[in-house]
Write a protein of this length. Sequence first.
Length: 292
Amino acid sequence: MPTPHNPLDGLSELADRRISRKGLLKAAALAGAAPVLIGGGVALARDAVAADVPAPLTPQCTDGHVTEEQIEGPYFKPGSPLRTNLVTSGTPGTPLTVSGYVFGRNCLPIPGALLDFWQADTNGTYDNSGYTFRGHQFSAANGAYTLTTIVPGLYPGRTRHLHVKVQAPGQPVLTTQLYFPNEPRNSTDTIFDPDLVMTVRQVGNGREASFDFVLNVNGTGTPSPSGSPTQGSPSPSPSPSTPGGSTTWAVGASYKAGDLVTYNGVGYVCLQGHIAYAGWEPPNVPALWQRR
């Protein structure tokens, strides 16, 4: 049977923990171009776009810090199922999708990284007899991962959070926790770390969250060609290319995986669906575009 989490287990060792990294710039909003943000966060450098400051690939790569470690807690279980979806059609709770990338400290993606997630249900309890709300997966060739789950419930002593272990092939395991922005209990949870806050958007009756992990190893992906963000914005294009076709990259266009574009005379293929923002030009975001 699910067992209520003991909020005191493991807290004392990090009660006096100091935050080692400053927060980054919050996402620059493009009116009407993206779902409503219900909270800021420092999880994504690709969201940290300012008009006069080119965004780095990941926040940690600019200041020498990898993703922060946190305690495992008492309810981790090895042997979780291989799956990216932790819910069924009858699962109660607010739908949540978490996505992002796994990078190395050299700002290159890590393919085949193991990500093992576990969390409380909507009532704040963990399943210790089975594997409800537990599952592992592996990052894609571009370092991407996606998790379908629900917003975890609250229990005494803790704010809302997800547990995760991330491991590059043959390398040490990073154990950490991910948090939600603007939660009242963030200010009283002794483990809470603002560096581990996800970027979260309200989408319909659910939420979409993003977080990029940076491990203390070198990534093995291929870097994008050099280039700097364009000055000014091209005219938005409402219609992206279709697979097999090609069009000129444009701010405001909605691209899906497999779309082909040209930018400054160079061809690129889209790796993951997204809406194009100024500062996300194909040469500057290898997580989203691969040069052909």
